[in-house]
Write a protein that binds this ligand. Structure first.
Ligand code: SAH
Length: 219
């Protein structure tokens, strides 16, 4: 669990690359130069940790590409202390970036194995996100910490989940890739309490693992 001088150097190069790709949000860039991405993957893949690519993690899932993490984090347009709900904890890398941006993070994962391992890793690295095992289509109903200022979905959803829109504050922002095989990145601003009162902006195509319903309790 080491973060060496070499890792930090590679991370600076990665952050420069993100700047070059148009990421300008200084909180996002600072968070990504602080979070040791190589600790969120299998050690055999560590040498690829600071390249701009998605990599495999347990349960056939992926850790998102750094430029995608930066892009979604920037689209959130969040202020420190805001409450953020993340759907698709996965490796916990995006979660850690949100924590490093000073946000209060609630994160939901449907795969038990990932939920358990990532919860442990995040606490070991002192990121105090609240982790939940559940179906992100429903958001967080049983333990209600909402409504949230921001919601970020890191798996491809068939449609914008109504229950998640309900858990977003009025004036709040949701960043979500919507579509089946490939998705379109949407930024949704909730304008009022009625179901159709939202603004939708489109941010191009992307590729995420699918958002599946029902919890996989494993074992
Ligand atoms: N942000 C993560 C992305 C992981 S991939 C990272 O960078 O590591 C997306 C994750 O969403 C997977 O772990 C997958 O199991 C999870 N997922 C898929 N459908 C879900 C659902 N309905 N509720 C919660 N998590 C879900």
């Amino acid at each position: 669990m080491e973060d060496t001088f070499k890792h930090r150097g590679l991370r600076e190069q990665m952050v420069n690359l993100l700047r070059g790709k148009g990421i300008g949000d200084s909180r996002v860039l600072a968070a990504m130069s602080a979070v040791p991405r190589h600790l969120f993957m299998d050690t055999v893949l560590e040498y690829l940790a600071y390249e701009d690519r998605a990599l495999p993690i347990a349960c056939g899932q992926t850790i998102s590409q750094p430029s995608m993490v930066a892009f979604q984090s920037e689209l959130l347009d969040a202020e420190p202390e805001m409450k953020v709900l993340e759907i698709g904890t996965g490796s916990g890398y995006q979660t850690a970036v949100l924590c490093a941006m000073g946000l209060k993070v609630y994160t939901v994962e449907r795969q038990k194995e990932l939920y358990t391992a990532t919860k442990k890793l995040l606490s070991r690295l002192n990121y105090n996100a609240k982790c939940f095992l559940g179906d992100g289509y429903k958001g967080l109903t049983e333990v209600d910490y909402g409504p949230y200022d921001r919601i970020i979905i890191t798996c491809g959803a068939r449609e914008v989940p109504r229950q998640l829109l309900r858990q977003l504050k009025t004036g709040g922002v949701m960043v979500i890739p919507v579509g089946d095989e490939t998705q379109e990145m949407l930024r949704i601003v909730k304008m009022g309490e009625k179901e159709n009162e939202f603004l939708q902006q489109r941010y191009g195509n992307c590729n995420f693992v699918p958002m599946l319903d029902k919890v996989n309790f494993g074992g």
